[in-house]
Design a protein around this ligand. Structure first.
Ligand SMILES: O=C(CO)[C@H](O)[C@H](O)COP(=O)(O)O
Length: 291
């Protein structure tokens, strides 16, 4: 089939390649002309035969919104837009409604696989009507990993990004657990080779996983992670997971703590711990350290 792909960065560029390897025609547009096959969204749309499928792979928020808006002006009834970025799931219904008013279908798709997806395939979680999903199915089949699993029609519009959001919340908590275990192992004198302990866990243990494999890769590159600062950003999905938990009164202590640990990583000197120190000093005369 023919696909229009908007956004050819780290994810989109590799996805174009994987879809082409499966025998499909992909016409890609990116603001960076060095990456693009065409020079504008209009040229992309004009290059595709109707009914068209256009996959959007740009940053969540304003960039996705403006791309969907522009496609809404350029596409025709019967075409389908797929949002494959890490959009907030609550944006999907809005995008679907805006496009539906013009007779254009919409599918949201959470994509996981990072820079390894070209070789390993991308895990896909999508939401939308059966009819719209069927139109995109050959592309899903090209992108997904080999084997029986790795893609799911999770439900109606929004379900794909909701599933991907929860996936990322789990990712936060798993990474935090490996990180805490690693720090404790590094702290004690009795364990003399932490990297080899992590490596040994890759087989036979209850906690083996791809994230553990990646932790071993990282320790092979920098055994004690001395070249890195302990600073972690977040892109939004952890926050949205916690917000959804509050909306639904579902307790998520591990995921919430792992999000807050990232916030703490951005502080050189914790203001709240200054208050703890001050209060201990006030009520008990406990010693404080001064700047
Ligand atoms: O979706 C992903 C992996 O599954 C992305 O890498 C995601 O951006 C990571 O999220 P964060 O920046 O919040 O750690």
């Amino acid at each position: 089939m023919e696909l229009g792909l908007v956004g050819l960065g780290k994810m989109g560029g590799n996805m174009r390649e994987r879809i082409r390897r499966a025998g499909h025609t992909v016409i890609g547009y990116d603001r960076n002309p060095d990456l693009a096959d065409v020079h504008s969204l209009r040229e992309l749309v004009d290059s595709l035969q109707a009914p068209r499928v256009v996959w959007v792979m740009v940053p969540a928020g304003a960039a996705t919104q403006s791309t969907v808006d522009e496609l809404g002006e350029l596409l025709s009834p019967g075409d389908v837009v797929v949002d494959g970025g890490n959009s907030r799931w609550t944006d999907d219904e809005k995008h679907a409604d805006e496009l539906a008013a013009k007779g254009i279908g919409f599918v949201d798709c959470g994509v996981s696989g990072g820079v390894w997806g070209l070789a390993n395939g991308y895990a896909l979680m999508y939401g939308g009507s059966a009819e719209d999903v069927a139109r995109v199915q050959p592309v899903f089949d090209a992108l997904k990993p080999e084997g029986d699993f790795g893609s799911v029609h999770a439900g109606k519009v929004g379900a794909g990004h909701f599933a991907k959001m929860v996936h990322n919340g789990i990712e936060y908590a798993m990474m935090q657990a490996y990180a805490e275990g690693w720090e404790l192992l590094e702290k004690v004198d009795s364990v003399t080779d932490v990297r080899e302990v992590f490596r040994s866990w890759q087989e036979g243990t209850v906690i083996r996983s791809w994230l553990l494999d990646l932790a071993v890769n990282a320790l092979d590159e920098d055994e004690h992670l001395e070249r890195l600062r302990g600073f972690a950003q977040d892109s939004g999905e952890g926050r949205w997971t916690v917000e959804a938990a509050i909306d639904n009164a579902v307790p998520l202590p591990a995921i919430t703590a792992s999000l807050f640990a990232r916030f703490a990583s951005r502080q050189d000197d914790s203001p709240q711990m200054k208050m703890i120190a001050a209060l201990r000093n006030q009520f008990g005369g406990h010693a404080v350290e001064k700047n």
